[in-house]
Structures are given as structure tokens and as C-alpha cells.
Design a protein around this ligand. Structure first.
Ligand code: 6GU
Length: 247
């Protein structure tokens, strides 16, 4: 998978690309990332990437010409998609990450300042993505989020191929709690079942913990989760306990 990232702060990406799974995927050539500095595509004397907004108002707007020139300079692979990172975009979720993993090339345009001249979107953008309902100073942090989530889905990048498929959100439930040694820490014990070696019981306990966590923290996720009859029975019990607890 190839990423072409358009930004006025290419240095923003340095530490992420040198770290952990992203570094490993780059070294294994399972991933390539090309950083394009929008400022390199300016043609005026001062290399300005922004200008004041027509109609007035605070802040600066990214000029269309350097951004469009930067996009046009990138050699396109067959399955290529251009994405503008903006708080106006569709909210990112794991399903979108899975969909994006099908492309050979993602061109990520990082917005900055108060915005980007809207003609860039009209001329050169296939879709717009936001990573949440809050405002970042620019799309760079969002681009790192996209990269980080996508690299987990590239075959052969995760040590354990199974883990991406069993992540939270892949099955629509939050994860069960994890423990490692020691068995007792500051008076808190690891749940006995996990030390039992009884795989069936461990599996059942983990499933119930996933259901509990999701019920308590993100009940909205339960609508879409794939649940067994046993799961439904357990959830009804939880509901009953909660009601009785309130009385
Ligand atoms: Cl993609 N960009 C900016 N500037 N702010 C955001 C965002 C993106 N997603 C959430 N907030």
C-alpha cells in the first residue's frame, strides 16, 4: 500500500514513521509513504501557501494552486483515492479503515489554518474524512491516525495475523480486561479463571467481560454487534441486575 501525504509540515510525520509497526511495515516494503511539501509547489517569490479569505473573516485559507500542483505531480497507481482530512468529513470508523485498505494508493491532503480553498475539493478530492468531533490545528494528526489504523490490516505486518480480526470493533464489542504477571499486584489478584488453564471457561469469561464492558460503556455498539442467544441471555441478566441495583 502506498501513501502520498500532502502537508506544509512534513516533519510532523518523522517520529511516527520511525516507530513500531509503521517502521516495520516500511522496512518490509509492505508500505511506502511519500511526503510532499505543499510549499515546494508554490510559484510566487515568498512561497506562500495561504492567503486571506474572500468575504472577510479570521484566519488564513490554503491557496488552491500549490495544492493542486502537488496532487498533479504524484504518479497515480491504478487503484488510487484522494482524501481530504477535514473536520467536515465523514467520521472515521473501523469499517471505513477496512474499506480504505482495499486501495493501492491513498493520497492524503492535510488541511490547515481556517480551511482550504473549496475548489481543491471540487477538482481533486474523492472523499473527506474527519477523525472526531473536535478541531485539530491541521489534518496531519488525522493522517497519522489513518496510517496507524491501516497498517494493522496490511497482510504480514502484525506479528499475530489473528489479532486484527479479533480487535475491538472488528466484532463490534469492547475488549475483555487483560492481565500479565505477577498474579497479585498491590493486593489486586488476577481473576482465578485465567490461571485455571481451562480454555472453555476462559473463553466464556472473556465473552461475558466483553459484553459487560460494552453494555456499561458503549451500549450503542450492541445494536450492531453479532450476538449469540447465550449473549442475549447474559445481557438480559445484566439489565435485570442494573434495574434491581437501582431500586
Ligand atoms: Cl481530519 N482535521 C482537522 N483540522 N480537525 C479535525 C479532523 C481533521 N478530524 C477531527 N478534527
Amino acid at each position: 500500500m502506498q501513501f502520498d501525504i500532502l502537508t506544509i509540515f512534513p516533519e510532523f510525520f518523522e517520529s511516527s514513521l520511525k516507530t513500531s509497526l509503521l517502521a516495520k511495515a516500511l522496512a518490509q516494503k509492505k508500505l511506502s509513504v511519500h511526503l510532499h511539501n505543499i510549499r515546494d509547489f508554490t510559484e510566487d517569490k515568498h512561497h506562500s501557501v495561504d492567503d486571506i479569505p474572500y468575504g472577510g473573516g479570521a484566519g488564513m485559507v490554503l491557496k488552491p494552486d500549490p495544492v493542486i500542483r502537488a496532487i498533479e505531480s504524484i504518479p497515480k497507481l491504478k487503484k488510487s483515492r484522494s482524501i481530504l482530512l477535514t473536520p467536515k468529513g465523514a467520521l472515521l470508523n473501523q469499517q471505513k479503515i477496512v474499506d480504505l485498505a482495499q486501495w493501492d494508493q491513498l493520497i492524503l491532503v492535510c488541511g490547515r489554518y481556517e480551511g482550504i480553498d473549496d475548489r481543491v475539493r471540487e477538482l481533486a478530492i474523492d472523499e473527506e474524512i474527519s477523525i472526531g468531533d473536535y478541531i485539530l490545528n491541521g489534518g496531519e494528526a488525522a493522517a497519522v491516525v489513518l496510517l496507524d489504523a491501516l497498517v494493522r490490516l496490511i497482510p504480514g505486518v502484525l506479528g499475530n495475523e489473528a489479532s486484527a480480526a479479533f480487535d475491538s470493533f472488528s466484532h463490534g464489542l469492547l475488549e475483555y480486561p487483560q492481565y500479565t504477571r505477577p498474579p497479585e499486584f498491590r493486593g489486586l489478584e488476577v481473576p482465578k479463571v485465567l490461571l485455571s488453564g481451562h480454555h472453555k471457561n476462559i473463553e466464556a469469561w472473556r465473552r461475558q467481560e466483553m459484553l459487560k464492558a460494552t453494555y456499561e460503556r458503549r451500549p450503542d455498539l450492541l445494536q450492531k454487534a453479532v450476538l449469540t442467544e447465550e449473549d442475549e441471555t447474559f445481557l438480559k441478566e445484566l439489565q435485570k441486575e442494573k434495574k434491581e441495583g437501582r431500586q
